[in-house]
Design a protein around this ligand. Structure first.
Ligand code: FHN
Length: 420
């Protein structure tokens, strides 16, 4: 994110990637699954019997847990219920086209088999399996783009990584050496051992110079030219801009961008976080983001046993069912011509404008302000059998007559055909 926290500023600084064809699959995807999974799922928001406020994956830093003590969690990590096929299938059912999983989060524990450290899931846990290998296979089989989250600056386990000043003396850290001799070899592993990777999702770019960010971007592109890099590589680099966590820009934003977001309040699993957003809220956020030109990267935090919480599963499946009916108005769309009205949003594709109605009018009459294009027909996206909806055009704009009862309790998409 830019220093002032706004995506607008971040993208203003970024060299225009608009014409870069490598982003086409990602631009069309619009909706992805984020997975924060690591040792922090064991304490799940508690340490020594005490609830720890804040996001679950930050427990080590919040409690300044010594490396030696936190490390012992690895000996207890045995997620025997982990099922890569089921996770990828959930993403598919949710209508999510890419999956970004924490290969290494700030706690430094590697959730893949790394040769650079034994502090990894294959060597240090009773589980002994490489979930990234299993996910890579499942993603290939089910046609989902596998992507890795990698914490490039913060590493609370590595003596030279950013963040841990309770075990290590900050002044003595060799951050450049850590990037060169640890981060880069690990990025190489991730791009060499798991097949084609959709993107590397870097995070919290403190302490990293422009030259260091640039050399990581170049490394990724050199190893897999098609692999994208998100904006949190830092220094206004990367292939697309990242909004703040759970932040949705107020207006249309003409750049490639993404909002990473939680379903409850945490990223990593916390057993007492039940502040779940409703399916309706999540669908409205998806539509809002897509109408402004962004992607929605929605997080799940699996348990230490390997289960995705039921509340997340239920919501994702409902979102997928909505997308099953209305995906035409989301995937591959660009921002619609009408922005900034409160009862809905617009998206567009080729010669069609989609009006997403959040609050269906009691009489079924939807008034769409004039947007300066010649509209020749209207239909409900989810119900092709209903045929053309009566359409009148007057000085105020369009009047589309739909059914009096709400067609979809979450949001109704109306397709308006344009005379091109
Ligand atoms: O510190 C992390 C946090 O744990 C989480 O991974 C989020 C996801 O966007 N990124 C950082 C905070 O912005």
């Amino acid at each position: 994110m830019a220093e002032d926290g706004s995506i607008r500023e971040e993208a203003r600084q970024r060299p225009g990637a608009r014409g870069d064809q490598r982003l086409n699959w990602w631009r069309d995807a619009r909706f992805g699954m984020f997975i924060h999974w690591g040792l922090y799922a064991i304490p799940a928001g508690q340490w020594r019997g005490k609830p720890i406020p804040g996001i679950g994956e930050w427990v080590m830093l919040r409690e300044r847990i010594p490396v030696r003590e936190y490390e012992s969690l690895a000996g207890r990590f045995n997620p025997t219920r982990f099922d890569a096929d089921a996770w990828v299938s959930l993403a598919k059912q949710a209508g999510q086209k890419y999956l970004v999983i924490t290969a290494k989060h700030h706690d430094g524990f590697c959730m893949y088999g790394s040769n650079e450290t034994e502090y990894n899931i294959v060597d240090a846990t009773p589980f002994g399996r490489d979930p990234m290998k299993e996910l890579a296979r499942a993603c290939q089989e089910q046609g989902v783009h596998l992507c890795f989250y990698y914490s490039q600056t913060q590493d609370w386990h590595h003596p030279d990584g950013d963040g841990n000043d309770w075990d290590y003396d900050d002044a003595k850290k060799d951050f450049a050496g850590y990037l060169e001799h640890y981060v880069k070899p690990q990025v190489r592993e991730l791009l060499a051992n798991y097949g084609p990777i959709g993107l590397i999702w870097f995070d919290t770019p403190k302490r990293i110079s422009a030259a260091q960010s640039r050399s990581l971007v170049d490394l990724v592109h050199e190893l897999q030219p098609g692999c994208l890099v998100n904006g949190r590589i830092g220094n206004a680099l990367g292939d697309y801009a990242e909004a703040g966590d759970n932040a949705i820009p107020a207006e249309l934003f003409d750049a490639d961008w993404e909002t990473p977001a939680t379903i409850n309040d945490t990223w990593g699993y916390k057993h007492d976080d039940h502040n779940w957003k409703s399916t309706g809220e999540l669908i409205h956020k998806l539509v809002d983001i897509v109408s402004k030109g962004g992607n929605y990267l929605l997080n799940v935090g699996p348990t230490a046993e390997g289960d995705i919480p039921h509340a997340s599963v239920a919501r994702l499946k409902e979102m997928g069912q909505w997308l099953e009916r209305n995906g035409e108005a989301i995937y591959g769309t660009r921002p619609g011509p009408l922005q900034g009205f409160d009862w809905g949003r617009t998206t567009a594709k080729y010669d069609t404008v989609y009006v997403h109605v959040f609050d269906w009018p009691a009489d079924g009459k939807v008034r769409v302000p004039d947007f300066g294009q010649n509209v020749t027909g209207a239909r409900l996206v989810a119900d092709p059998a209903a045929g053309a909806l009566p359409l009148t055009i007057d000085a105020e704009g369009l009047l589309v007559e739909g059914p009096a009862s709400t067609p979809d309790r979450f949001a109704t998409a109306i397709a308006l055909s344009l005379n091109s």
